[in-house]
Write a protein that binds this ligand. Structure first.
Ligand code: ADP
Ligand code: MG
Length: 736
């Protein structure tokens, strides 16, 4: 058997391009992450150029790789000044409406040769990169072939040019692929063309009945109409087929995971009136929010069943997830089993351990003298612990004395054995692979319940797709006591007086005892010009300007990534202790800063930041007893896409709503990348918003297929799952 595949088609598609196209070509393709035949066949043209389209020349952007069908309108040769020098041939191309200049440089005999070639045809195909020169679009040295009135190539042409011309003359369509300088679009087209012949006889693994019901083309047909297009419509149907395959693979995988979890038995957890949970609730120094109560009920309902809970709990930092998770863990302990909380880093594990311990008080101190009789022990296990500490923790875990265990992936090691593990809580899921989760879940005799927590707001559409094997609970509310933060956009260019007012406002906040953050995107001034006669908003410049000017007399600190670590810590400590009034900083303050006395933040060049970053930054104020103010300073004119971002941030503090806006604004791109949603599967062709319908449809079909074939006797379904899992593994490895 070759590889993990069960169908001939998947085996064929997994063929490395190196075997098909040779080493140099496949190496250049690898830079585009195209490694297998399937990768190349799934590499879609960004768009198609057509020889009959007349608007193209006018709409070009610098930096674009293009294949243009155009006529030569005019040619001017500028001979070299010296016998051996370089002359220039300037060619004015037209598509009937727009114009584009193409320039060729070289010795006179070359420019003469090109001139002769160019004058031979009726029209030509010009391939190259569009650049800007003297504010005009132009191409330097495009590759070209000339076509006669019948569309045939005039004269001799190499293979690549021929294939390009064939594409144009056959259907009038040329696919423009995402490319690199070493692997330009026409060469990708050529490779795709070669590979098409290889996959010609491929046996479509999708059952014909399903395919025709969905109205999708057969697999080879899809590839062919994408890479050798007859029409845009056919190419689009081809793309639909590939997208559907991807959606289905994902949904089939999720459906099998759901079915798998449903097929396992878990120990049900039933509420008790006099257990740890009840004791904890009684001591809770605050009232649970309505959201916390609701989510807890969802969790307890799941845990009361004999099938393992598979739930994702999302809520922003500070929304009270930890309390919710702890209540679930206590219920588990009440029913005589253990709960484990996994954190992605040692620091986070340590923090969780401390905060759980302080929340529990003597309820978590173990069976020591004077402790409540139902007290349990909470232990920490990390990789960096000393041997003695580790052994003690391991003993408590194995003996069952430790009802609650907090740790890092050290908990996944073989030497850790639980007396009776009933609940796994994972914080920040995306750092853990599915298989790591499986290690823990699979170790117990009964399958433990699973609760995954994430602080990244994930739009519903993504949650459904990426976490399709988990039910989702959301904590939207922030517990009472959190203050309002009023956000205002300051258009410093249009209304410089507002900026003056902002500095004044800082003085007023400080005068009543508050503290202020000023955030700049840059550490020091660079050559980026800020219009207007304003100080360049870099940390160094601005802190100097403020100290000597509007904020004279205030205690101003500076914080950025280029400071030594010790210095950073002491500046931060001084600000936290109230020894500084104003902190001028870069985004280093984004993470882990908690200064309840800080009530105001001014973000300079706010348009330079993304939505989620602004949201995170703003989250640093309004954390104490005082309402916050956030000023987003921008030098834009108020009409750019960045202005829409700022408006969205000013309009709401709901991280989920902002995540939706963010997603819509970007439309595509790496919405599922590690930084954004932290998904564990990356989508290649699908776009969660645009393809929402297809995702939903494929989910239904997956349910049906998996329901009919729970044991994966279908080679096709098995291969779809294998494909998804291999890709998820690869993404996971890449990120960790
Ligand atoms: P998360 O884990 O979602 O970041 P935490 O559970 O750590 O949030 O809660 C953040 C802070 O809010 C903690 O200090 C916690 O004790 C407190 N908190 C949680 N729930 C409430 C509530 N209902 N009312 C008041 N404070 C709460
Ligand atoms: Mg937390």
């Amino acid at each position: 058997m070759s590889g993990p595949w069960r169908t001939e088609a998947f085996r064929q598609l997994a063929t490395p391009l190196a075997e098909v196209l040779g080493a140099p070509t496949s190496k250049a393709l690898a830079a585009l992450k195209l490694v297998t035949v399937a990768d190349l066949m799934g590499h879609l043209p960004r768009r198609y150029l057509s020889g009959t389209e007349t608007t193209e020349l006018g709409g070009l952007e610098p930096g674009e790789d293009v294949a243009l069908v155009a006529k030569v309108a005019e040619m001017i040769a500028y001979p070299a000044h010296t016998p051996n020098g370089r002359g220039r041939l300037e060619v004015k191309l037209t598509d009937g409406t727009g114009f584009l200049r193409a320039t060729f440089f070289g010795k006179d005999r070359y420019t003469k040769f090109w001139q002769a070639q160019l004058s031979k045809g009726v029209k030509g195909i010009f391939v190259g990169k569009v650049g800007a020169f003297n504010y005009q679009m132009q191409m330097s040295h495009p590759n070209f072939v000339m076509l006669d009135a019948q569309g045939n190539i005039v004269g001799r042409a190499d293979q690549a040019k021929t294939s390009m011309a064939h594409q144009v003359s056959r259907s009038g369509l040329v696919g423009i692929y995402p490319a690199t300088s070493k692997m330009p679009t026409w060469q990708i087209a050529e490779c795709a063309d070669l590979v098409l012949d290889i996959v010609k006889g491929i046996d479509d693994p999708m059952p014909a009945e399903l395919r025709s019901r969905l109205g999708l083309p057969q697999l080879y047909e899809a590839y062919r109409s994408i890479h050798r297009p007859d029409s845009i419509e056919a190419a689009e149907r081809g793309v639909d087929r590939l997208k559907f395959d991807e959606a289905l693979a994902l949904q089939v995988t999720m459906a099998y995971r759901r079915a798998d979890a449903a097929g396992h038995t878990a120990a049900p957890v039933l509420p008790s009136d006099d257990g740890l949970l009840a004791a904890f609730d009684q001591r809770l120094p605050f009232v649970l929010t309505a959201g916390q109560v609701e989510v807890s009920e969802e969790i307890f309902a799941d845990m009361a069943r004999t099938r393992p809970m598979q739930r994702l709990l999302q809520g922003e930092v500070g929304s009270g997830k930890t309390v919710v998770a702890l209540r679930a863990m206590l219920a588990e302990v009440d029913s005589g089993r253990q709960a484990v909380l996994l954190a992605p880093t040692e620091v986070l594990a340590g923090q969780h351990f401390e905060s759980l311990r302080s929340l529990l008080g003597d309820l978590g101190a173990g069976q020591v003298l004077g402790a409540p009789e139902n007290a349990t022990e909470i232990v920490l296990l990390t990789g960096s612990q000393g041997a003695a500490q580790r052994r003690a923790a391991l003993d408590a875990i194995a003996g069952g004395g430790a009802g609650i265990v907090v740790g890092t992936h050290a908990l996944l090691s073989e030497t850790v054995s639980f007396a009776d593990l009933g609940l796994i809580v994972i914080d920040e899921q995306h750092r853990f692979g599915v298989e790591q989760r499986a290690v823990l879940q699979g170790r117990a005799e009964l399958m433990p319940h699973l609760l995954v927590m994430t602080a990244t707001p994930i739009p519903r559409s993504i949650a459904m797709t990426v976490f399709g094997d988990l039910e989702v609970s959301t904590l939207r509310e922030i517990p009472a006591g959190r203050q309002d933060v009023q956000t205002t956009i300051v258009h410093a260019l249009v209304r410089p007086a507002w900026l003056e007012r902002a500095w004044q406002r800082i003085g007023e906040e400080v005068a009543i005892g508050r503290q202020v953050f000023v955030v700049c995107p840059r550490i020091s001034a660079n050559d980026e010009v800020v219009p207007g006669d304003l100080p360049n908003p870099s940390v160094e410049e601005l802190s100097g300007y403020l100290a000597d000017g509007p904020l004279q007399g205030l205690r101003i600190g500076v914080l950025h990534g280029r400071l030594a670590a010790g210095e950073k810590d002491s500046v931060m400590a001084a600000f936290a202790a109230g020894e500084l009034d104003v902190l001028v900083a870069t985004t280093v303050i984004e993470v882990g800063v908690d200064v309840p006395n800080a009530s105001m933040m001014v973000i300079m060049d706010a348009d330079h930041f993304g939505i989620s970053q602004l949201h995170q930054l703003r989250g640093r104020v309004g954390r104490g007893a005082f309402p916050g103010v956030c000023l987003l300073v921008t030098y834009t004119d108020g009409t750019t896409p960045a202005d829409q971002r700022l408006a969205a941030v000013a309009a709401t503090r709901d991280g989920f709503e902002l995540a939706e806006v963010d997603l819509e604004q970007r439309r595509e791109g790496d919405v599922l990348g590690a930084s954004q949603a932290g998904g564990r599967t990356t989508l290649k062709l699908l776009r969660v918003l645009d393809d929402a319908e297809m995702l939903a449809e494929s989910r239904e079909i997956a349910e049906m297929l998996v329901g009919r074939d729970p044991d994966k006797s279908s080679d096709w379904l098995a291969d779809l799952v294998t494909e998804t899992e291999l890709r998820a593994d690869a993404d996971f490895l890449e990120r960790s």
